[in-house]
Design a protein around this ligand. Structure first.
Ligand code: DX5
Ligand code: ZN
Length: 232
């Protein structure tokens, strides 16, 4: 991990989290070995209910957790997350992010995740406003602003989410919050600077990393671009 506490005002505290959705599922261990400089491995759990796609559940995540040299950043795109979310913290994931739209009591769930020992994240789909989170920012360790409709890799980055990210970053800065601001969807060499300028400090990239000939070099190059944009 390259960051310390990851405060949004610390330009050096950026995280690049490759999404294994774009990796070869039957060679996961080898794929994890190709992203050694990553800060976290982003693990997309989809239930074919909250989103129209299906990936894997706790059994697979448990095996990834057991074999990965890099901590896990689990992104739950599942319904009934109050019930199923804590299990991912219990199996040892460093960070568990659930969708605001899927939780009945987001603050209670975040507290539960933290009490188990994981970081607690909350994600918002493109049509979901973030203002409702402003009063409870410190209940979370990470807020994920989706820059595509969740469900599939390889979609185009939604630049129209940048004003929302900017409002969130302003609010976090105003309140002195150390919450990490994550973006996920369509992050590449050509889009990462926009997200960094708008205030993101934690970047998920699937196809831009695993679609590259050298995934680890792609991580380094994304980090470099984000750092340069962040300093402006
Ligand atoms: C989409 C997932 C993303 C996905 C991103 O619903 O949450 O994590 O893997 O893939 P790219 O980077 O290819 O858009
Ligand atoms: Zn994701």
């Amino acid at each position: 991990m390259n960051g310390d506490n990851g405060g949004v005002s610390d330009a050096d505290a950026l995280r690049i989290n490759p999404s294994i959705l774009a990796a070869d599922f039957v060679n996961m261990q080898a794929e994890l070995g190709r992203i050694r400089s990553a800060d976290f491995v982003h693990v997309d759990v989809m239930d074919n209910h909250f989103v129209p796609n299906l990936t894997f559940g706790p059994q697979m995540v448990e095996r990834i957790q057991a074999t990965s040299p890099i901590p896990l950043d689990v992104h739950l795109m599942i319904s009934d997350v109050d019930r199923w979310g804590p299990g991912y913290a219990e199996l040892g994931a460093a960070s568990v992010t659930f969708h605001l739209e899927a939780a009945t009591d987001p603050v209670a769930l975040a507290r539960r995740l933290r009490s188990i020992g994981s970081r607690a994240g909350v994600a918002v789909k493109p049509a979901t406003p973030v203002e409702g989170l402003f009063d409870v920012l410190d209940e979370f360790d990470q807020i994920l602003v989706m820059t595509v409709e969740p469900g599939f890799g390889g979609q185009s980055f939604m630049a129209d989410q940048m004003p929302k990210l900017r409002r969130l970053a302003d609010e976090a800065r105003r309140g002195g919050s150390s919450v990490w601001l994550q973006v996920d969807g369509g992050i590449s060499e050509s889009t990462i600077a926009q997200a960094a300028e708008a205030g993101a400090d934690t970047f998920v990239a699937g196809s831009a990393v695993f679609g590259a000939d050298d995934p680890d070099a792609a991580v380094a190059s994304l980090r470099d671009r984000a750092l340069r944009a962040h300093r402006h």
